[in-house]
Ligand binder design. Sequence first.
Ligand SMILES: [Mg+2]
Length: 431
Amino acid sequence: MGNFSMRCLQKASDQMLASPPRAERCVLHLDMDAYFAAVEQRDLPIYRGIPLVVCHTSSDFCIHGVVATASYEARHWGIKAGMSVWEARSLCPHAHFIHANIPKYLYNTRRLVRLCESYTPKIEVFSIDEVFLDLTSQVKPGDWKQALQIARHLKEKIREELGLTASVGLGPNKLVAKMASELQKPDGLTLVRPEEFSAIFSPMPVNKLVGVGPRMLLRLRSLGIERIGDLASTPVKVLERRFGILGKILRLAAEGKDYSPVGEGRAEDLVKSFGHSLSLRGGSDDLDLLSNTLLGLTDAVTRRMRREGYLGRTVNLRLRVGYSRGYARSITLKEYTCLPRPIFENARSLLEREASLGVWEDKITTIGVSVSQLKRAEEGRQLSIWEYLDPREEKLTRVLDDLYNKYGEGVVTRASLLGSFSLSGMNPVLP
Ligand SMILES: [Mg+2]
């Protein structure tokens, strides 16, 4: 872990531990049910009632790629998001496979966000189909009945205005609300009062805790921690010795404690990456030229990240060889950055590695660089368990990036790069 993130964590844990007990909050987590598939089934009646698989794929026939969302009918056959399309096809050959239409889903997300904003200004767009609402000022302290009424009303509005269903969780903080929304799907509404947390979640496997992914699960198991209750009863000292500051955060989470605020996230927080690419007319296999092009692209990308106040950690190199479909390689840095040097150096080493493999049978016709795994550059932001979300989420984000990248816009770049090249953008653009 880099120094920067260690510093942030130190700060976060100080804040978390120093936080005086606050008045009880009321947080709602909303998770759209089988979102992409539900939107498609709403829009096209022929998709209703059948196993429908929405894919992130670059092939016209949805042969390769990853499952973005499976309809509930398809889940019945064991198809899950994140699974390869190949595997999904073998599980259910008669399912209907279609391309994800990200701009359409983003449009629906924006409508959803606007609807949520009519309940409270304090909302956080957590992902393309998840929103947190802080209802603390909307309900009397401890009046969970009133919170349930608001939640029912919101679900009804979503059904009326968007024609979609959502699963909703209510709790005293983001962590509990998110875990509550997982309990009943689809179309669920679940309240977990603070005093109910341990009875409900203690017996559950520890990877049901927000932030505990497969890697962390293995590390916890090596300490004999199998269930959330085991984690909650492990002395903080033991966890700290093993995980450093993260140990404290994990322990608080296992007790259902989370002091992180519902950020005032807006739809633009759906920005998942910054990137630019360049089409090389006629193609090139000159490493110097490709590397220089990469430098110019990196320059433009990082300038825009700095302007918009983002840091990023994953460097993605995109290449198209001849008239093939193109592919991407990525590397994740230890520290977040918005500086051109570390991003360029990593992109170049990816390029050099690809070149040295000697697998290119043709010239490079498109080269691009993008930076993903972003976070806001603002100082003093409170970190918490949310920084440690399951890598599955990261995987989905990466796949989404590829999709966003398609809907790019033109960008400014170094004049010396323009030459005979035409520039194309790789930026995520919200419709
Ligand atoms: Mg969902």
